[in-house]
Design a protein around this ligand. Structure first.
Ligand code: FES
Length: 177
């Protein structure tokens, strides 16, 4: 398929990692999700030209890539704020205080759920189950997961991010298939 789009280019370091991933899996398609992470780590989202690139490199269909992007809330097709804070508001987290965590974040960031800060640094989202039900309230920041949240812990996370550091996570997930 021909598209009138600029070609996508991975950095040399990311390209080396991409080749390492492809060799690690029994089929090229199995490297799709980790390759999507590589692209998102570089670009902040997965632009259409990168979808074309994945199709070409891994022999997958466009619909397969879009399917994963629409199913997994951490993958983004549009440019995003620097930090997208996704707080689980599903039942188990709700019971242990997710609502008060969301309220606290809204207060600290000065935005509502589903909004972005004017400086483009933060977005706040309420999301469905993050598969950390016994460790709620839970928050996802890209591949990083923060569990048993309290207002104090949220403040430490925000302070680190504002200082340009990703706070130490309780869990980092590769999220490979
Ligand atoms: S209900 Fe929050 S992680 Fe499952």
């Amino acid at each position: 398929m021909t598209h009138d789009r600029p070609a996508f280019v991975l950095s040399d370091a990311a390209m080396r990692e991409f080749h390492r991933l492809v060799e690690r899996y029994p089929t090229k398609e199995s490297a799709l999700m980790p390759a999507m992470w590589l692209i998102q780590d570089q670009e902040g989202h997965i632009p259409p030209e990168a979808v074309d690139w994945l199709v070409e490199q891994l022999g997958v269909s466009h619909s397969r890539v879009w399917e994963l992007m629409s199913f997994y809330t951490m993958f983004r097709s549009e440019p995003q704020p620097e930090h997208v804070l996704q707080v689980c508001h599903n039942i188990s987290c709700h019971i242990v205080g997710a609502r008060s965590i969301l309220d606290h974040l809204q207060h600290r960031l000065g935005i509502g759920v589903g909004e972005r800060t004017p400086d483009g640094k933060f977005a706040l989202e309420g999301v469905e189950c993050l598969a950390a039900c016994g460790m709620g309230p839970a928050l996802q920041l890209g591949k990083h997961f923060y569990e048993h949240l309290t207002p104090e812990k949220v403040d430490r996370i925000l302070e680190s991010l504002r200082n340009g550091n990703i706070p130490r996570a309780d869990t980092d997930r590769e999220l490979a298939e």
